[in-house]
Design a protein around this ligand. Structure first.
Ligand code: ADP
Length: 172
């Protein structure tokens, strides 16, 4: 059974899902963009917890509680910085989605929302990143065994929204 993938226009910090994904940096100590918004909304407990984790390499993921957020968990992942495409960026971005969904499954997460990882300050071309997000998510959840349903892709701005409309409308 195919998992439901939805594009939504929202502020990810407002979503009452089992887990929201944070597009973090390797320090896991907060930053700009969605990372800053998540830390502001979660409160100081999230930063204190993240300090105990010792960072996270690009392509990997770590799970924490949501603290003051409506979401129960935050899954922090570190997307690649776009450096022209020949530095393993596509594999690293795919690994982010796979590792987040693996952690979600291991922690009983059923509803999850992703931001457009690497599509802000990290400069990943939005259409390419969107194809990877959708392809990896479908591949990871194909068996239906995880029970994750639905997956929301949170679109902040028209470019990301338009990319998801296009990619999700292609029949599979
Ligand atoms: P990265 O460093 O991985 O590029 P950014 O946070 O700069 O991460 O951007 C990732 C995406 O998250 C961008 O599309 C940006 O517009 C979006 N974004 C920023 N704030 C929010 C938010 N509050 N909710 C959802 N998405 C957001």
């Amino acid at each position: 059974m195919a998992v439901t993938l939805e594009a939504v226009r929202a502020d990810i910090t407002r979503l009452a899902v089992d887990a929201i994904v944070n597009a973090a940096n390797e320090s896991l100590l907060g930053g700009g963009g969605v990372d800053g918004a998540i830390h502001r909304a979660a409160g100081a407990g999230l930063l204190a917890h993240c300090r105990t984790l010792g960072g996270c390499p690009t392509g990997e993921a770590r799970i924490t509680p949501g603290f003051g957020l409506p979401a129960r968990h935050v899954i922090h992942t570190v997307g690649p910085v776009w450096r022209g495409g020949s530095h393993g960026e596509a594999d690293l971005l795919a690994a982010c989605y796979r590792n987040c969904l693996r952690l979600a499954t291991e922690n009983g997460v059923k509803t999850i929302a992703f931001p457009a990882i690497s599509c802000g300050v990290y400069g990943y071309p939005v259409m390419d990143a969107t194809r990877i997000a959708v392809h990896e998510t479908r591949a990871a959840l194909r068996s239906g065994a995880s029970g994750i349903e639905p997956v929301q892709f949170v679109c902040f701005g028209d470019e990301v929204w338009n990319a998801y409309q296009k990619v999700l409308s292609v029949p599979v």
